[in-house]
Design a protein around this ligand. Structure first.
Ligand SMILES: [Zn+2]
Length: 169
């Protein structure tokens, strides 16, 4: 996926997740959307820094890099939500291309893509980006409304409760 697709994805995702996290449709909803927008957009653009430094679709397109951004906020109390942008960048690069990304780099150089991936030059690229974003918002809402309440009911200190703390909700 190209930069335009990643930015479109980040903007729509911030609006959708903002509504999921704060569905009151008040000023607080808009604040949540704005609060998400910059870090998610930064995360969505960050992996392609490896076009200049390292190997593109490998050095910054892998699960260890995502793990660093998931854990970072718990230790340093900043960069919340940036991991959301990075995760969604990976999803778009896997689905929005035939080449794929090296998810397990540096342990493996194998690139994981989608055989029917829509290339960045396709006229359907924006449509695919919007559809993928809608699926992501649905998945996030399912976790937010169904999985996280379950984890709270069982034990407030479960790993999922920890995940909720990382997300900052
Ligand atoms: Zn990329």
């Amino acid at each position: 996926m190209n930069k335009k697709g990643h930015v479109l994805n980040a903007v729509l995702l911030s609006v959708g997740l903002g509504y999921v996290l704060e569905p009151s449709l008040t000023v607080a909803t808009v604040e949540t959307m704005v609060r998400l927008s910059l870090p998610v957009a930064l995360g969505a653009l960050f992996p392609d820094v490896d076009t200049a430094f390292g190997k593109h679709r490998k050095s910054l397109h892998n699960l260890p890099v995502l793990g660093v951004f998931v854990v970072f906020p718990t230790y340093f109390a900043n960069l919340y939500f940036v991991w959301v942008g990075i995760a969604t960048h990976y999803v778009l690069d896997v689905i929005g291309s035939r080449r794929g990304i090296a998810l397990f780099y540096p342990f493996s150089k194998t690139e994981y893509g989608f055989p029917g991936g829509v290339t960045t030059s396709s006229k359907h690229a924006d449509l695919v980006t919007v559809a993928v974003t809608a699926l992501e918002i649905g998945a996030f809402a399912a976790v937010h409304y169904y999985v996280l309440p379950l984890s709270r009911g069982v034990n407030a200190n479960t790993a999922l409760a920890g995940l909720r703390a990382v997300v900052g909700v």
